[in-house]
Ligand binder design. Sequence first.
Ligand SMILES: NC(=O)C1=CN([C@@H]2O[C@H](COP(=O)(O)OP(=O)(O)OC[C@H]3O[C@@H](n4cnc5c(N)ncnc54)[C@H](O)[C@@H]3O)[C@@H](O)[C@H]2O)[C@@H](O)CC1
Ligand SMILES: Nc1ncnc2c1ncn2[C@@H]1O[C@H](COP(=O)(O)OP(=O)(O)O)[C@@H](O)[C@H]1O
Ligand SMILES: [Mg+2]
Length: 289
Amino acid sequence: MKKLTTKILNDVIQPRPHNSYKGTFGKVLLIAGSANFGGAAIMAATAAVYTGAGLVSVATSVDNFASLHARLPEAMVLDLNNFKPLLELLTSVNVIAIGPGLEVTTNNAQLLTAIIEKVSQQQCLIIDASAITLLAQYQIDLQHCQAQVILTPHQIEWQRLSGLTPQQQTTTNNYQYLQQIAAPQTALILKGAPSHIYFNNEAEIYENTLGTPAMATGGMGDTLTGMIAGFAAQFSNWHDAVLAAVFLHSYGAELLAKDNYVVLPTMIDQYLPQWMNQFAHAKDSSVNH
Ligand SMILES: NC(=O)C1=CN([C@@H]2O[C@H](COP(=O)(O)OP(=O)(O)OC[C@H]3O[C@@H](n4cnc5c(N)ncnc54)[C@H](O)[C@@H]3O)[C@@H](O)[C@H]2O)[C@@H](O)CC1
Ligand SMILES: Nc1ncnc2c1ncn2[C@@H]1O[C@H](COP(=O)(O)OP(=O)(O)O)[C@@H](O)[C@H]1O
Ligand SMILES: [Mg+2]
């Protein structure tokens, strides 16, 4: 088991090149937020924007358009329930994240199935929250997905998918089940205290050494999904980008927990640009945990 350290942040987060523009930092399509769960879409989208994704579009219920625009004018919106434009946009982005605050419905299962079939080798597909429940409930095939897939279940979502109870979720069982259901280029972030990261084509398992009970509040995982999307959109090595996003999420929460009893997802967002700037510009020097 390899423990993550700040080295992963120093390795992944780079100063931005001078001759860059928004396209340099990737395009994210977030599919999140059925009518009653607009907050999940806002939290995930905010984290993607604040980690520096070049362009973020959010397919969400029309009920959430006004609140999302009010909170995050940087994001563009489209209707979650109008599949044609959504699937057209899919081909032009490099990261798709699906799941936070989605209702578990047959329509959404069809959408997820269509996305899994359509994504290409050049794209990253992050499957979180209710999209994991959809995989389990509708037995959606992941094995033939061409994209780099990142699964981000918490223990109960992983139980729904794998059938493994929390007690049975040993590294051996988790790895075996991942190999059974997923294509080789798949990562599993099994969230918890601590979180573990598995890659289907690699024997090494990574442990996120940081994290705090102050993070135990609704939306913390939605924020992580947005951060992974933002990292995968702009940093070319998706493997290390995933590890860095997981680590920074907890690193930041620990910093905030020194002065706060609970760390809200929206508190993390505000500091992401500052923390990333420190790691981009303080290579090998003072920023060590
Ligand atoms: N403001 C919002 O709109 C929010 C929307 N959310 C969305 O709500 C939907 C349902 O997600 P939930 O995760 O709440 O519900 P789930 O039904 O998927 O699982 C949560 C249940 O598992 C239990 N549990 C046991 N061990 C756990 C562990 N280690 N981690 C997490 N839960 C554990 C919880 O107590 C709870 O009963 C998702 O689509 C999610 O994205 C949540 O993210 C919360 C915030
Ligand atoms: N006690 C804890 N210690 C460390 N990390 C925690 C703790 N509680 C929650 N977290 C982290 O917070 C996140 C919660 O994700 P999730 O359960 O998906 O939340 P939500 O669906 O409400 O957004 C995960 O990254 C998890 O590792
Ligand atoms: Mg979640």
